[in-house]
Each structure stands twice: as structure tokens, then as C-alpha cells.
Design a protein around this ligand. Structure first.
Ligand code: CU
Length: 160
């Protein structure tokens, strides 16, 4: 009597464990991998390309900004590697435009200067970033192939 109960218990436990393991695998299989868009400042859907922005000279909010108030940042382009979370430096299309836009007021700002870092693949220095006023801005990065538009992506930026 006691022994058969023990067997029944062991069988039940085995079944439950097996089910649990299956469930775990099924769930893992169903969970979509995190989209790169969530991990980078700019995500280019068509090119499956990410770009991260790092300020090297952060913007300052001044009443009448001039040349000496200009900000600078580094743009690093990358693609997802084979390992999860792996970032592989990748050069984007041949041309790159970076522009500033204030959507609420429908105006832009002065053109920026984009310079390719010759030593490192996928790295660009962007200078002459001059926000003409405080508030909510967008930074747009446009990929070009020669003069042909490929795609663009934006990042929100608030200048306090
Ligand atoms: Cu404005």
C-alpha cells in the first residue's frame, strides 16, 4: 500500500517535471528576441542597421547660440552579431546626412558637419550641432547611396 503510493507520487512528480521542462522550452521558443530598435538611438529598418549617439560636446541652452556653442557627437553604426547582444561595427551607405528638427514649431537649424572616422569602421564625428533654442528636438540621420535616398531614422532630444 505504502509502496504503491510512493510509486504513484514518483510518477506524478516525473510527469510534472517533464511538463514543466517542455513548457519552459516552448516559452523560450515563443519569446521573440529583443528588437535592435530598443537597444540603439537610431534604427534603420531596411538596412537592419543601428546607430548609437554619444555626445562628445553636449549641447548647451543659450539665448543666442553662436559657433562657440556648437555641440558634437559620435555616431557608431553596428549590426547584430551571431551572439546575443553582440554589436558588429558596420559602415552604412556611402552618404550620411544629419539634421536637426523641431517638430512642434516646424523648423530646423543650421546644417551639421559629418566626418567619417578614417581609422574605425562605422564611426562618424558630427559637428556644428547648433540647437537654435531650448525645447523638444529631433535628430534625423539620413542614409544615402550617392544622391539616392535610402532611409532615415530619428531620435528625440530635449534641450532643457
Ligand atoms: Cu523652435
Amino acid at each position: 500500500m505504502q509502496k504503491s503510493r510512493l510509486w504513484a507520487f514518483a510518477l506524478l512528480l516525473t510527469l510534472l517535471l517533464a511538463l514543466g521542462v517542455r513548457q519552459k522550452y516552448r516559452l523560450a521558443g515563443e519569446t521573440p528576441p529583443p528588437r535592435p530598435a530598443a537597444q540603439c538611438s537610431f534604427f534603420f529598418e531596411k538596412e537592419k542597421l543601428c546607430a548609437d549617439l554619444v555626445w562628445t560636446r553636449p549641447p548647451v541652452n543659450v539665448a543666442a547660440p553662436t559657433e562657440k556653442n556648437q555641440a558634437e557627437f559620435t555616431l557608431r553604426f553596428w549590426k547584430e552579431g551571431l551572439e546575443p547582444g553582440e554589436k558588429v561595427a558596420a559602415d552604412p551607405a556611402s552618404g550620411l546626412l544629419v539634421s536637426l528638427w523641431m517638430p512642434a514649431m516646424g523648423h530646423g537649424s543650421e546644417p551639421t558637419e559629418v566626418r567619417k572616422d578614417a581609422r574605425m569602421p562605422g564611426v562618424f564625428q558630427v559637428g556644428h550641432v547648433l540647437f537654435s533654442m531650448g525645447g523638444d528636438w529631433e535628430i534625423w540621420v539620413t542614409l544615402l547611396d550617392g544622391n539616392r535616398f535610402i532611409e532615415k531614422a530619428r531620435m528625440s532630444y530635449r534641450l532643457e
